[in-house]
Design a protein. Structure first.
Lengths: 202, 202
DNA sequence: TCGGTAACTTCCTAACTAGTTGGTTGACAC
DNA sequence: GTGTCAACCAACTAGTTAGGAAGTTACCGA
């Protein structure tokens, strides 16, 4: 069994004494995020989410419409959060990779949710994510055109390579397995930074 | 809805007229592989697997013990297959990356199954995968010690970076989304090869 | 030919699940 | 006060699910 994930971002677990629709929505969203991160869409239980949020199922259907739509709401919130908290700095892709790697380690549920979205939800990339990533790619392409960034790789391939490298030590990495001892935090950051630098230097 | 995946490796769909335990086992395993690849463990339906294999549920419990054990059997078979079909060649990591990338594209279910194993099954890497990957890392470390390979990165980090880069265009990549047109097959292979070369050159 | 056994199947069920219904409660305006 | 409406909830439903029980069929050795 996989233990429930903790997100610990907002205090969305405390039920207020007064009636508060927004607070209830937030509590449901928080509980759903933990549940979906831990079990995915098919494995998530609507009852558990309602209980964890100290609410009930009817509220979920009232506020979000259904299980899958609830997941979509969670996913959109996560994408929004990542975009806000980690602005891409084109002039420092190695540093961006390092910060992203650190972020993934601090918030393991993010990568899990993204992975589940890919596996369980539709065949093509979600509009909300495409919208978030497109300007980043454009920014990189512009920097390449201006000669501020290596043109060794296409902008999109470069950005995705950076993201993959950042997730090297994340729990959902698509490779086979880690053998044993992880490198230290410092060593991990150094490796990630260096790899991206290598890609840019050529 | 996500369509069922096809594996098309063995003709494990045809039910023989005579009774044949091995053939039945193989049919169940094949059907389970398609089902699990498409829906994961929680989303998979034992009834569907049994029907697809032209058998019945009781046989699954007889041969494999249960749903999760059936998944483990599928996973072990996949790991075994990958190890056999893609021997690591330490002297040509860029080429290995390219071949791995091509393999992932040819068999999308492999990466899906591996990803689901990570998400839904236990917290630590599966023994069967660790056993498969350990000698590969040792081989790389040896080549580094002999001076045949760059010591720029620890052997395990290097191998995992290679694997991540190989999965750049795979459906389960843990990043956000692809924006537009994919590069051609040739271009993709060139990019993957080049990236690994960059990591080794430094 | 017959008995034993492995392979197979049908039928069942207890527990569970997403989604709904119909009604209750509290806050707030007037 | 009292009317109104949004917020909230317990109980229910209809369908599904993993797993198992109990019996049937084919094969094979003696």
């Amino acid at each position: 069994m996989i233990p429930a994930m903790s997100t610990d971002q907002l205090v969305d677990k405390v039920k207020p004494v007064v009636r508060d629709a927004d607070a209830t929505r937030a509590r449901l969203l928080g509980a759903a995020r933990r549940e979906f991160a831990a079990f995915g869409i098919a494995g998530a239980r609507v009852d558990r989410i309602a209980a964890e949020a100290a609410s009930n199922k009817a509220q979920i259907y009232h506020y979000f419409g259904g299980k899958e739509q609830l997941f979509d709401a969670v996913f959109a919130a996560v994408v929004d959060e990542v975009v806000r908290e980690l602005p891409l700095e084109v002039h420092d892709l190695p540093g961006y990779a390092a910060r992203l790697a650190e972020y993934y380690e601090r918030r393991p549920d993010v990568l899990r949710l993204v992975t589940w979205q890919r596996l369980e939800r539709s065949t093509e990339p979600p509009a909300v994510a495409v919208k978030a990533i497109k300007p980043k790619i454009a920014e990189i392409a512009q920097a390449q055109a201006d000669g501020r960034l290596s043109e060794r790789y296409p902008a999109d391939a470069l950005l995705h390579a950076v993201m993959h490298i950042a997730s090297l030590w994340a729990a959902t990495s698509p490779d086979m397995a880690w053998t044993r001892k992880l490198p230290s935090v410092v060593a991990r950051r150094r490796i990630v930074t260096q790899m991206v630098r290598d890609l840019l230097a050529g």
